[in-house]
Design a protein around this ligand. Sequence first.
Ligand SMILES: [Zn+2]
Ligand SMILES: [Zn+2]
Length: 400
Amino acid sequence: MIKTIGFGATKFHKTLQPKIFQRQEPGNSDVEMELLYCGVCHSDVHQVNDDWKNTVWPCVPGHEIVGKVSRIGQNVTTFKVGDLAAVGCITDSCGTCYSCRHGDEQFCEAESGMLGTYNGPLIATGQNTYGGYSNHFVIKENYLIALPEGMPPEVAGPILCAGVTTYSPLKHWGVKPGMRVGIVGMGGLGHMAVKIAKAMGADVTVITTSSDKKEDAMKFGASKVVLSTSKKEMAEVEKSLDLILNTIPERHEIEPYLNLLHHDGAMVIVGVLMTQPEWNPQQIIMYRRTLAGSLIGGIAETKEVLDFCVQHQIFPEIEMIEAHEINDAFKNIESKKARYRYVIDLSTLGKEDVSKLEDIGVVGHILLKDKKAKTPQPEVQAEDNRLNFEPSWSQESEHQ
Ligand SMILES: [Zn+2]
Ligand SMILES: [Zn+2]
């Protein structure tokens, strides 16, 4: 067992405190890392607050991880001790289902789904995972990502979640030079979305509630910034965009943003995992618009976005913090004060008197008796009027 120090929260104490726990020794195909940095994602805040009603306690967040390889299993061939490497949101998946075979491990169709870097599998299996707010990590070789040459390790973390979450839909919806792309919300995800869309050649409009982000938005590559609180400014960009990436992480009205799409435009939701206020389908029917969603990206795509960022020299805007500052960072994220991604310097861990820390067990052997379905459940269950049929294309695609 590897004694590990991390920052975690418990069901009865939902602020992060230093804890100790044990990670499994690396197996033949595993890599052990000493962690250097971990980005602070808005999901970490939601998870510790149990906003999605699916948190497994105790919870050690962190899925924007960068570290140095310290030990490898005997079958590991792609990493050696001393290599810089990164872990994103996925640490395992079945590897055989349609989604996994097509590089979309985030949609793994196995019963337990993909194994999240923290907060475990999609359904209860008796296995929880603790994330990167810690000083050691053990992961299967195939889910570890080498840092490309030219990628500064201190800024790489946020690309593993915020970067791929925005890169994946921008690529999937075919962003190309001249396309008019709107980025709604310019926080951790949004600021990377602006840089990536610009690098793909798009004409980028940022739609934000924060007037003080205007200058930054232009600096990151936007050609226009619209204050969503101004009816006049919103009216000026009505029906002007081909694609919108909606990165708002909280419940919000979506109709005002749908209305910014030109006909045949699409809005992709990547930030919010809660039920939304009612909206009228007329908003999409009238102009043949699409409302869609997207979740992070697979392992291959995560490698691809790291390369893309090096190639275009676009990196996350980060503020480095010490581990003990994490609860203040959470508050700043919630009050929209973060600019734009906090990254924890994990060398500041482990200075505590270990004998006084609460031991929260062994990773992988937590009983999940409190585990609910990981898919966020709507607070009010709408009447289920779905037809019970499988679209023919999804069956066909299985056989391709
Ligand atoms: Zn994240
Ligand atoms: Zn799978």
